[in-house]
Design a protein around this ligand. Structure first.
Ligand code: ZN
Length: 117
């Protein structure tokens, strides 16, 4: 299993299981996450990391519903979290910021689907 992150400082880097364990060992607060498995499951749930296969799916953004432009991921820090959204690079209409990346992707792609083609 390999993992990908969309957040700094790991943006777009691919991690092997072994490297993920090193990240956990060196950077994670062990009081918050006492073991690797609970950390990684939380990371996957919140979308900070994705498995490589899932990431490939997430990268495929549908074109903008309004203008057909390209969507891009944007992120914004909020309290302790990072919120993400997808915004059109041409008309700048976006999904609005959410914590969960998959939810944002669904919003973006579903908005598109309603138009039908
Ligand atoms: Zn657009």
């Amino acid at each position: 299993m390999r993992y990908v992150s969309y957040e700094e400082p790991f943006k777009n880097k691919i991690f092997t299981e072994k490297q993920m364990r090193e990240v956990y060992r060196d950077m994670v607060n062990k009081k918050e996450y006492p073991d690797f498995d609970c950390w990684i499951s939380d990371m996957l749930k919140s979308g900070v990391f994705e498995t490589e296969g899932e990431w490939e799916k997430l990268k495929e953004l549908k074109p903008c519903k309004w203008c057909g432009g390209k969507g891009k991921w944007i992120s914004m820090p909020h309290d302790k979290d990072i919120l993400v959204a997808i915004e059109c690079m041409d008309c700048h209409i976006g999904t609005g910021f959410r914590k969960n990346k998959k939810e944002v992707l669904q919003l973006w792609n579903n908005k598109r689907r309603k138009v039908g083609k």
